[in-house]
Design a protein around this ligand. Structure first.
Ligand code: MG
Length: 569
């Protein structure tokens, strides 16, 4: 850090001229020594760079902040605390060398402090303010805009593929370009606008009082035009694309963070266009919000228009080889986009709260299908997946009770799959709901086991009947001894807690054999069958039980063909 060491002038404000202080300083001739008539005169003189003010006892208290360091020249011999606004104190009878050393020290210290202050607010490469300072300025600009009812815009801009410039031309070339960007921005902006460098090749501009959108557009176009010019790198010139995102206050955000974030979001949008381009945030939120609103409306509609389907994936007991249960998995037959898997619409359903009615639709559908199975004399557990949000809904228990009554199913055949996160997030509330449902005879399984953070206390205290090992552990079970050990340990732990263990995602016979050796109770996965529409499931179960002699084989080709012929939809 460079520190200005030259002490240029000493402003003396005291009644001590008779002590010869001024005389002695003048004789030393290291700096201009000027006598100030009063404090205001001293302040004016001290505004010159390289000044120090020497202040006598008569001028206390110091009335306002001085641009130069103030040293107290005192007659007191015992050290007192320094008055506010004074950096040092020295006795008036010391020798001139000592006095000068004291003044120089005060001066250098001040220089260092202001260099530090600059480092905290300025970007040393461009001289623009840094991110922190920009946020500070933005905060004040927002307050001003609000008070004066004036428009305010925040822009964020970055250079396209700038890291490539650094990588291929070196960092010195990169720095030269960054400096040119800063100069060009300052060149086209008004004195009242603020430019800050907020990242390696990222700048932000605050534009105040532009009166109307046309003026703002004019400024935007000037920035885009100046950045479209080639940059000089040594003797070469280089064309670089840049992207400018604009967020206006208060439409695009009410806080510093949200305005800057939304301007950055608009930058990403601008990046879709080549060259130097700009994008306003508002358009994007509108469009995105519209898409989301549309999709949400479609999902709402799907709930009432039979576009949702519950498919069932069978679960096989490894001892008897029988299908003992099925897991219901939701699908959306979208009129335009075709079959949608849960991960394409469940996040939206969670976000919009539609997961609650959708969850009830799933339970109702499962109860209905369970009744059909019972009427056909097929005894299968039917499991449905539950989101933890459903568990926070007080209507869950009465609704399930009503559905059981209405359909007349055996509640012991209905099973709810919960993920570890759901169970662990609100243990008490979940515990209460689960206890109430268990009293009804309903069963629970812990889904995706091993991927979350189950507490053994909860595993033990909750009424869970089954552990479903996540597919990620099953995948490597044949080839990876570590995976096998892990699965063995999980199976043993499940058994010691009195739980049955189901392995998910079983795709090959070798995996099944391995799981059987480890004592796993049930398996589920493509090796048995993918999830099937209910009608196909019924055929599958019949066909499977007829071929019991080799029940664990996947459905033969002949069988699949036969099933395909039986599809009703
Ligand atoms: Mg599941």
């Amino acid at each position: 850090m460079y520190i200005e060491r030259s002490l240029q002038r000493i402003v003396v404000l005291d009644g001590y001229s008779e002590d010869g202080v001024v005389e002695r300083l003048r004789q030393a001739a290291v700096a201009a020594v000027i006598l100030a008539s009063d404090w205001h005169h001293a302040l004016t003189l001290a505004a010159e760079p390289g000044s120090v003010v020497l202040l006598g006892d008569l001028f206390f208290p110091v009335p306002e902040q001085c641009p130069a360091p103030v040293v107290h020249l005192t007659r007191q011999t015992d050290s007192e605390p320094l008055p506010a606004g004074v950096v040092d104190s020295i006795h008036c009878e010391v020798g001139v060398t000592e006095l000068l050393r004291c003044l120089r020290y005060a001066h250098d210290r001040q220089q260092m402090l202001s260099a530090l202050a600059r480092a905290a607010t300025d970007d040393p490469l461009t001289g623009c303010i840094n991110r922190q300072m920009l946020q500070d300025r933005l905060k004040h600009s927002m307050q001003r805009a609000l008070r004066a009812n004036q428009p305010l815009a925040v822009m964020v801009l970055d250079l396209d593929n700038f890291s490539h410039v650094n990588d291929t031309l070196g960092h010195a070339a990169g720095d030269a370009i960054i400096r040119q960007v800063a100069d060009r921005l300052r060149g086209v902006l008004r004195a009242t606008d603020t430019v800050g460098r907020i990242g390696s090749d990222e700048f932000s501009v605050i534009v105040e009082e532009y009166l109307n959108a046309a003026n703002l557009m004019h400024i935007v176009k000037k920035i885009v035009a100046t950045l479209s010019e080639p940059f000089g790198v040594g003797s070469d010139s280089l064309l670089l694309g840049s992207s400018l995102g604009i967020a206006t206050y208060p439409e695009a955000g009410q806080s510093v963070d949200s305005l800057l974030l939304h301007a950055s979001v608009a930058v990403q949008q601008a990046k879709d266009q080549p060259g130097c381009s700009y994008h306003f945030y508002d358009e994007r939120i509108n469009r995105q919000a519209n898409t989301q609103i549309e999709f949400e409306a479609q999902l709402r509609e799907a709930l009432h228009s039979n576009e949702l389907e519950l498919h069932y994936q069978p679960r096989v007991d490894l001892r008897s080889g029988k299908i003992v249960g099925v897991e219901g998995l939701i699908r959306w037959r979208h009129p335009v986009r075709g079959f949608l898997a849960p991960d394409e619409f469940i996040p939206l359903a969670e976000e919009t709260g539609l997961i609650i009615p959708m969850g009830y639709w799933v339970i109702a559908r499962a109860c209905h299908d369970l009744r059909t199975l019972q009427r056909r004399g097929i005894a299968l557990n039917v499991a449905v997946n539950m989101s933890f949000r459903q568990f926070l809904d007080s209507r869950l228990l009465p609704t399930v009770q009503r559905l059981i009554q209405k359909t007349g199913i055996d509640p012991r055949m209905l099973e709810f799959e919960l993920t570890e996160t759901a169970v662990m997030q609100h243990p008490e509330q979940v515990q209460q709901t689960m206890a109430g449902m268990t009293r009804q005879g309903l069963r629970f399984s812990l889904d995706d086991f091993g991927t979350g953070f189950s507490s053994f206390v909860h595993l033990h205290s909750l009424p869970i009947n089954l552990l479903k090992l996540d597919r990620s552990f099953v995948r490597g079970i044949v080839d990876c001894p570590a995976d096998r050990k892990l699965v063995a340990a999980m199976i043993e732990m499940g058994h010691s807690l009195g739980l049955e263990v189901v392995a998910e995602g079983v795709e090959a016979r070798a995996q099944m054999e391995c799981l059987r050796e480890l004592g796993c109770d049930q398996i589920q996965g493509f090796f048995i069958s993918p999830a099937l529409p209910f009608v196909e499931l019924c055929y599958f179960v019949d066909a499977y039980s007829m071929g019991r002699e080799d029940a664990l084989r996947p459905p033969e080709k002949k069988l699949v063909a036969q099933l395909a012929g039986c599809r009703s939809n």
